[in-house]
Design a protein around this ligand. Structure first.
Ligand code: BES
Ligand code: ZN
Ligand code: ZN
Length: 484
């Protein structure tokens, strides 16, 4: 999709036109006839948040009514959703070009609307012989934002799309080896440091979790480290990002029943998300030193597959009793977290994972289940930025008592507890490996992949979490000022 800034005079423009009509009740620029303006005003009086459409055969004018008087992030989310409606209408009408102008609208609102267009227009077309309709060109009136501001956003949106493409691709066409190779190529292009550990290296490092999960697979595991070190970073010690990269999760020998296996190509969504965040940060030169750790493997019940009752020795020496081979994500993440802490001494470690079905049962598909230890300030910032970009985090308790639930009879800890509080015991398992490092855990199981269309997201991968973490990085320096 081309997104261009250009000077647009609404009254002269011939084509599909969106008018974002905000607070300022001036109608000077509206390309409407008197009767139409009266009709529009009547609609606005009935209530905001409507789209009023006017025919200009073969085009349409879509007036998106909104009141800029609500909290900024609520208005912006409404505009993303309005964009979704406009995109659907354009596709139905087989129209591929639209121009966006505004009356009483500010930069952030225009950006939110165009972001909505980008997110809503995406669909996974790779395997379709007949490609679906798309919006190919968006023209934005240049009075609302600078080229630089647009470029930065476009880079972020491109990374979200990049993530969704990888997550939607099935394991047959994207396994640990090919994903790692692609990460390496992309990192090189962007000047991001990239180290790929193959199976031999992973064995030498004794990453017992990653190796165990990989045992049933015919594909080798990979462990990818991405390093972005800007010249003038606000942090000395890096911020570590860890992402679960289970290329496909069959459950292993504790095989997933019936339709529970479907959609498990998305079990590497967090790895793709963290890679996207590092790449977007590098592309836009954010002044934060980052290192991402991405353990990659599929989880399969092959002949030599790891089994319940196995005891594993993890990278940091912790022994783990396997209770269920379907709780594999925490095993590969444990090695990654331990490796990050031991070798990089990060000032903060954030992991993301499609970790538990329990997270989805607890809060559904409307946000991220989040936990933290020793990280009050960054967590609060993350919560604020989550509300801001509407990729929200809900804090779960992380009380000491939960640790009891993963005590093992035969090893230091076990990989899952009882049915209760499954999201929290998973987080507790991981926090064991973070040790004293300020730690935030994001369980994205409910949001990484939608079975049905949800707002501006087509069914499939969402890229949820990228905008959240990117916004967090953009404001990361406020954490530093606090300590001065
Ligand atoms: N990848 C799944 C979690 C998941 C479930 C993600 C549904 C997205 C949607 C994870 O590896 C898993 O299987 N978790 C088990 C843990 C259990 C065995 C303790 C689960 O949630 O059932
Ligand atoms: Zn699993
Ligand atoms: Zn999994």
């Amino acid at each position: 999709m081309d997104i261009e800034l250009t000077h647009i005079t609404p009254k002269l423009y011939k084509g599909n036109l969106v008018v974002l009509y905000g607070t300022e009740v001036s109608d000077r620029s509206l390309p409407l006839f008197k009767k139409e303006i009266e009709y529009l005003k009547a609609k606005r009086a009935e209530g905001m948040d409507s789209i009023v459409t006017f025919d200009r055969v073969p085009y349409h004018i879509y007036v998106v009514n909104f009141s800029g008087e609500e909290l900024a992030h609520i208005t912006q989310e409404k505009l993303r959703r309005a964009a979704d409606k406009v995109v659907s209408t354009l596709k139905e009408a087989k129209q591929d070009t639209v121009a966006v102008v505004g009356e009483g609208v500010i930069t952030d609102e225009v950006i939110a609307f165009v972001e909505g267009i980008r997110l809503a227009d995406y669909s996974f077309d790779r395997y379709k012989n007949k490609k679906p309709e798309h919006v190919t060109t968006v023209l934005i009136d240049s009075t609302f934002l600078s080229q630089e501001e647009l470029d930065r956003n476009v880079k972020l949106w491109n990374r979200i799309e990049w993530c969704r493409e990888r997550v939607n691709t099935p394991v047959a066409d994207l396994n640990a080896e090919t994903f790692a190779a692609e990460l390496e190529t992309t990192a090189k292009e962007l000047g991001v440091g990239c180290t790929v550990f193959d199976k031999k290296k992973i064995e030498a490092l004794r990453m017992g979790g990653l190796l165990a999960v990989n045992k049933g697979s015919v594909d080798e595991p990979r462990f990818v480290v991405l390093e972005y070190s800007p010249k003038r970073a606000v942090n000395e010690k890096p911020l570590a990002l860890v992402g679960k990269g289970v290329m496909y999760d069959t459950g292993g020998l504790n095989i997933k029943p019936e339709d529970y296996m479907q959609e498990m190509k998305s079990d590497m969504a967090a790895a793709a998300t963290m890679a996207s965040v590092v790449f977007a940060a590098a592309e836009n030169k954010l002044p934060v030193k980052l290192v991402a750790f991405l353990p990659l493997t599929d989880n399969r019940p092959g002949f030599n597959a790891y089994a319940a009752d196995d005891v594993l020795t993890m990278y940091d020496g912790t022994t783990v009793e396997v209770v269920n081979t379907d709780a594999e994500g925490r095993l590969i993440l444990a090695d990654a977290i331990a490796y990050a802490v031991a070798n990089y001494q990060p000032e903060l470690l954030i992991d993301a994972a499609t970790l538990t079905g329990a997270a989805v049962r607890a809060i559904g598909t409307f946000g991220i289940a989040a936990m933290q230890q020793n990280a009050d300030n960054p967590f609060n910032l993350l919560r604020i930025m989550g509300n801001q970009v509407y990729e929200r985090i809900a804090e779960f308790p992380f009380w000491k008592e939960y640790e009891k639930l993963i005590e093992s009879e035969v090893a230091d800890i076990k990989n899952c507890g009882i049915a209760q509080a499954g999201t929290i015991t998973a987080g507790k398992f991981l926090s064991h490996f973070a040790k004293e490092t300020p730690y935030i855990h994001l369980d994205i199981a409910g949001v990484a992949f939608f079975s049905k269309k949800q707002e501006y997201y087509a069914p499939g991968a969402s890229g949820y979490g990228i905008r959240l973490l990117y916004a967090f990085l953009q404001t990361y320096d406020v954490l530093k000022n606090k300590n001065k």
